[in-house]
Design a protein around this ligand. Structure first.
Ligand code: AOF
Ligand code: ZN
Length: 339
């Protein structure tokens, strides 16, 4: 039988929302590390600090939160840590977060989901429990399914890399009212400001773009993030499915300045090529030929279709192959019909 103490208190639920929102700011710049958020609460459930992991090599979310608590003089009041991902218990680029938590006055740690990294599974929570800290999992709280799903969505691209050895792949396809991918003559795009923001927000959140030779030749695409602010100094990977020799020199020069460009002449080799990159989340921006090949190979995780109706309004629909998708963390998700 569930006891009331196993329910998630409102202040902890709000702390998870704050940690998720903070972590979301850094999705698209943490690879190969996951995006993680952490909120510290005092005994009364007041928020002391909200922090997130910014980049690989920099402090993990928990450590940054505890450092910030010291800086603002609230460290001694830390009672509960709310973390979207199980705290690490290993020394990688940084020392274990479990150690930092155990060096703090923390009494309870709420965890959003287990770390899918095979080197740390179970280790963080077990180490905290052994040291006398109360560990609570969102999955065990009967009223926290929505929050648990959000934490899984946040970690889904990292989990894909850990478990399958490749990035999460989101296809973005824009169609007009007749189902055509080609914009009307004289227009390079037929999408509205809202869908441009969504599409560029997706570029911001992803680490790698997959495109085809047809798109490069027809559209002269830049694949840069516009319409929303990008992360500072972000250099992404661009995979062009096709032969390097077919690409115009000018496009190659302008693109190499911003991207690490790789060519993939044989689509069968694409999974291996993706596995070699540090990317967590890849986005496909390509024409019908490459999209059909990816579909035939089953090499996609979710398929976002932006369809314009006869009145010029855009409709978003998503087909996903998994229980959770990181697309669910976009504000636009509320407007997406699931297929
Ligand atoms: C956490 N908090 O904020 C993150 C975690 O090489 P390192 O030291 O940066 O460790 C990377 C691993 O740590 C990564 O593969 C994942 O398992 C975990 N990420 N853990 O406790 C965080 N980003
Ligand atoms: Zn850590």
């Amino acid at each position: 039988m569930q006891t009331p103490s196993e329910l998630i208190p409102d202040c902890v639920a709000r702390a998870f929302e704050a940690a998720l929102a903070e972590a979301w700011q850094f999705v698209g710049q943490t690879a190969p590390n996951p995006a993680v958020g952490c909120t510290l609460l005092d005994e009364a459930g007041e928020v002391l600090v909200v922090a997130a992991h910014h980049r690989a090599g920099q402090l993990h979310a928990e450590r940054l939160a505890l450092e910030e608590a010291k800086q603002v003089g609230v460290f001694a009041r830390v009672h509960t840590a709310v973390v979207t991902l199980e705290p690490c218990n290993h020394t990688g680029r940084t020392r274990p977060c479990t150690e930092a938590l155990l060096d703090s006055p923390v009494k309870t740690v709420w965890i959003g989901c287990p770390d899918p990294n095979p080197h740390v599974v179970g280790g963080g929570a077990a180490a905290l429990t052994e040291a006398g800290v109360t560990v609570r999992w969102l999955a065990d709280a009967p009223n926290a399914a929505v929050l648990a799903a959000k934490c899984s969505a946040l970690i889904a691209p990292f989990a894909m890399r850990m478990v399958q050895g490749r990035p999460w792949i989101t296809v973005k396809q824009a169609l007009d009212q007749h189902g055509s991918m080609v914009p009307p003559a004289g227009q390079t795009t037929f999408t509205t400001p809202e869908s441009l923001r969504f599409a560029h927000g997706l570029r911001r959140a992803t680490d790698l773009v997959i495109t085809g030779m047809g798109t490069v030749l027809a559209d002269n695409p830049s694949f840069t993030v516009r319409h929303v602010p990008d992360h500072a100094d972000r250099r992404r990977t661009l995979v062009v499915c096709g032969q390097e020799a077919h690409v115009p020199l000018r496009w190659r020069e302008q693109t190499h300045a911003r991207f690490d460009v790789t060519f993939c002449p044989d689509i069968q080799e694409l999974p291996a090529l993706l596995a070699e990159t540090p990317a967590l989340w890849a986005m496909v921006e390509a024409g019908p030929t490459l999209l059909a090949a990816l579909r035939a190979q089953g090499l996609w995780d979710d398929w976002l279709t932006i369809r314009q109706d006869a009145h010029g309004a855009d409709h978003f629909s998503v087909s996903t192959r998994h229980a959770t998708t990181p697309l669910a963390l976009f504000p636009e998700w509320a407007r997406c019909a699931e297929e």
